[in-house]
Design a protein. Structure first.
Ligand SMILES: [Zn+2]
Ligand SMILES: [Zn+2]
Length: 390
């Protein structure tokens, strides 16, 4: 990223007013700093930064005799900060909601009926997780997961669609009618819901109910994201695990063969000297010792290949999107339950509810008698109903 857009982005996010003036020998940025930044960055209310042409790609800027990029570091790197994006202009109206859902949603042992179609603003937490698998070898991977904070549904493919859009839109400066707002808030201090809606750029359009107390939303959604990351880890490390099990099985077979031969030889010797009670005694204790040794070696092999998977969030992005909510009634036998199914404007697909047992996102599912959603693999073992469903 070139220094000019870096400065403009970072300072604008911290409520500075930034104005660029082009000249033959470069660009000057006139920046109006709010009082708290004037103090923490030790700058005046208005500062003019001269960005010489041709040096735009290096991240160094000397201003008033000091490295100003270094002075800005606390704004960009403080922990607990995350970025937020809003796309108020990105709409995907669902022309024929009934038909749209019919080809995308399957309730195996029940029916659904469309009750209401409405537009809402939904907030999403998009998190990059670092997955680390450790056994006798180590493997590290990244997984990106997204969760709808309002409904708890999973917008599969959102992260990829988001980065495509971002590229098409040239970082939000593109020609499409998609507006955006940047904001950085401190986790725990400022609730994520409606963060952007309250900021200037989004025109003060307020997000509707958050589906919970604002203070509890982020931990709850992060926990849901972590469960999705755990599912992703299962997929990502499938081969790693298979490999591990193969090597463990190979080691166990070798150990078995070795100790079987050893025990066979002791037994042979014992039989040969069957008349000597002292030899018998010695052979028996040798067999015991061999057996203990064998069991210990098996434990060691299992420890050596024991798999530990660490799942850690690396960074998070808050995204707000205008969403079409299809409110459906799920029905099985005489029970009915309302369910809000969002259609994501970025992926242009319905978001997936999660199985109450394994948390897998599913659009093809079963219902227990109490109408909990269960994936085909988990049905009929509903953990909420203690497995009492049929
Ligand atoms: Zn399941
Ligand atoms: Zn149930």
């Amino acid at each position: 990223m070139e220094i000019r857009s870096f400065l403009t982005g970072l300072l604008t996010r911290h409520d500075c007013l930034v104005e660029a003036t082009e000249a033959a020998d470069g660009t000057s940025l006139r920046v109006l700093f709010p009082p708290e930044l004037q103090e923490s960055l030790q700058v005046g209310e208005l500062e003019v930064f001269e960005l010489p042409r041709g040096e735009g790609r290096t991240l160094s800027l000397v201003h008033n005799g000091r490295d100003f990029i270094e002075a800005l570091a606390p704004l960009a790197l403080a922990s607990g900060l995350y970025s937020a994006l809003s796309f108020p202009g990105l709409t995907f109206p669902v022309a024929d909601p009934e038909g749209f859902l019919a080809s995308r949603l399957t309730v195996q042992n029940g029916i659904w009926r469309l009750r209401e179609v409405r537009s809402e603003n939904c907030g999403y937490l998009v998190v990059n997780f670092c997955l680390t698998a450790t056994a006798d070898t180590r493997s590290e991977r990244l997984a990106t997961v997204a969760v709808n904070a309002r409904t708890g549904t999973i917008p599969l493919g959102l992260a990829a669609a988001l980065s495509d859009l971002w590229e098409r839109e040239n970082g939000g400066r593109g020609p499409a009618a998609v507006s955006k707002a940047f904001s950085i808030r401190k986790e725990g201090k400022t609730p994520p819901i409606g963060t952007i809606a309250h900021s200037r750029e989004a025109g003060g359009k307020q997000a509707q109910d958050a589906g919970g107390d604002d203070e509890t939303v982020l931990p709850r959604v992060l926990a849901a994201a972590r469960r999705q990351a755990a599912l992703a880890a299962g997929e990502v490390f499938r081969e790693f695990r298979t490999n591990l099990n193969r090597r463990l099985a190979r080691d166990l077979t070798r150990l078995q063969g070795y100790y079987r031969t050893l025990a066979g030889e002791i037994e042979k010797r014992r039989r040969r000297k069957g008349h000597d009670p002292e030899e018998q005694e010695r052979a028996l204790s040798r067999l015991e010792a061999t057996k203990a040794d064998y069991l210990k070696k098996i434990r060691d092999a299992r420890d050596k290949y024991a798999l530990e998977i660490l799942i850690e969030p690396v960074n998070a992005l808050w995204v707000e999107l205008p969403v079409t909510i299809l409110e459906i009634a799920l029905q099985r036998r005489k029970e009915t339950r309302l369910f809000a199914l969002p259609v994501n404007p970025l992926t242009r697909r319905p978001e997936s509810p999660v199985c109450v047992r394994c948390q897998a996102p599913v659009l093809n599912f079963h219902l227990c008698d109490a109408l909990h959603i269960l994936c085909p693999a988990c049905f009929p073992h509903c953990p909420v109903c203690n497995g009492k469903s049929p």
